[in-house]
Design a protein around this ligand. Structure first.
Ligand code: MN
Length: 422
């Protein structure tokens, strides 16, 4: 049987080369449609393959536990990496142009293939814990230069470990969920005392989210290989940020309310296995990390990312950032190893934000804080619209994909529109 990542594979379902969802991808999500309860599906071209119906029809004989009738991927993820691979290979087989089982069964096809335009997509997994990192050297340097000057841009610990904080799982939402402008304590530098009110410096952060699919035990450290095998897949993540709330509250324990009001993720979880062909080594790490953080494998990914913004008075969204996940200094595997290194237990459904993904060039900045250089360089959009930070009615879309030869393994998008605080 050919490997599901084989670039030559084709499905009997026509898939445009520009589609995010060719047979080489097969991302998992949770959907409802046609009166069916939320269940697990896989995106293929312009369709969603209903795994719940296939499972009930006995097409996954190796896993008889009803994991696909659930409204979250957690029970499936808990089965572990061997079952993830086996399932993906079986789905690939069912969709292949040279495999008649589904291709030639019109009744089954009508039952299990739902046009993607007809489905409602839900949160793909139950978020157990949410941790956000700060692992782009370019982003950390830009922010450091803005707030501390060129000579002290990176804090002394930054090159020695992936810096992070524990965020809120309760307010992670799926693409399309409106985001209400947060309120909080604000104290502009010129004011003597803080006041409470709507955030005036609302920002996005372009990130990838790692979906942890296996647990680790409290008190145990992880090797590079163990950490990698725990990663089920990736989503695009928008870590909405209230810069003015953050600036006043963050001393000395780091972000709190400034990051806790909403975090948006894309609805399709692209598996680690599907991203395998796009692995590469990250930037050289100097000084060499401590032994527990050293990595032998290429743990970064060549993944194109872009962000576009549409103000309510604009006809179309306009791109404001184009960058690549490959620039990240600390890899997702290093983040996970570090996270567990104290003895912290990881759970099925944990979500790890990569940190804002900025690249070395100006057009590769992954937040408005950097794009507008803390509000001092407004960006001008179509129709003369200018922005330093996000305004009510603004819609923000992030996309990501890995480009193969004649196909792309994509994530779809994560969209969020800002509504006023009332
Ligand atoms: Mn962040």
């Amino acid at each position: 049987m050919p490997h599901p990542n084989d670039p030559k594979l084709r499905s009997f379902i026509p898939v445009d080369p520009s589609s995010d969802f060719p047979i080489q991808n097969l991302p998992y999500g949770v959907f409802s449609a046609r009166g069916r309860t939320p269940r697990v599906g896989v995106a293929i071209g312009d369709y969603v393959l209903d795994l719940c119906e296939l499972e009930q029809d006995g097409r996954f004989a190796f896993a008889e536990i009803g994991v696909f009738s659930q409204a979250s991927l957690n029970p499936f993820m808990a089965l572990g990496p061997k079952m993830w691979s086996k399932t993906r290979a079986r789905i690939s087989e069912l969709l292949r142009y040279d495999h008649p089982e589904l291709r030639d069964d019109e009744g089954l096809r009508k039952l299990v293939l739902v046009p993607i335009g007809e489905v409602k997509l839900h949160m793909p997994f139950a978020v157990s814990g949410y941790t956000d990192f700060y692992s782009s050297k370019e982003h950390a340097t830009n922010v450091g230069v803005m707030f501390r000057g060129k000579d002290n841009a990176l804090q002394p610990n930054w090159l020695h470990m992936p810096i992070g904080y524990n965020g809120r799982a309760s307010t992670v939402v799926v693409s399309g969920t409106r985001v209400k402008r947060p309120r909080g304590q604000l104290k502009p530098p010129s004011a003597e005392a803080p006041h409470f009110g709507p955030c005036k410096r609302l920002d996005f952060e372009l990130e990838m989210g790692v979906v942890v699919g296996q647990a680790s035990k409290m008190g145990e450290m992880l090797s590079e290989q163990q950490a990698e095998e725990m990663i089920f897949g990736f989503v695009i993540l928008n870590d909405w940020s209230a810069r003015d709330i953050q600036q006043w509250e963050y001393v000395p324990l780091g972000p709190f309310q400034a990051k806790a009001f909403a975090t948006s993720i894309s609805p399709w979880v692209v598996t680690r296995e599907a991203l395998e062909p796009f692995r590469l080594h990250g930037p050289a790490q100097q000084p060499e990390p401590l032994a527990y953080l050293r990595q032998a494998q290429p743990n970064n990914y060549a993944m194109e990312l872009d962000v576009s913004l549409r103000a309510s008075q604009m006809n179309a969204a306009q791109t404001i950032c184009r960058t690549n996940f490959k620039y990240m200094y600390w890899s997702s595997v290093q983040q996970l190893v570090h996270h567990a290194s104290s003895g912290c237990a990881m759970n099925v459904g944990d979500l790890l934000g990569s940190g804002t993904i900025s690249g070395p060039e100006k057009h590769q900045r992954g937040s408005l804080l950097e794009i507008s250089w803390n509000g001092s360089e407004p960006v001008t959009l179509d129709g003369g619209v200018t922005r330093t930070f996000l305004e009510d009615g603004d819609s923000l879309v992030m996309r990501g994909w890995c480009q193969g030869d004649g196909y792309r393994v994509g994530f779809g998008e994560v969209e969020g529109t800002i509504v006023k605080a009332e």
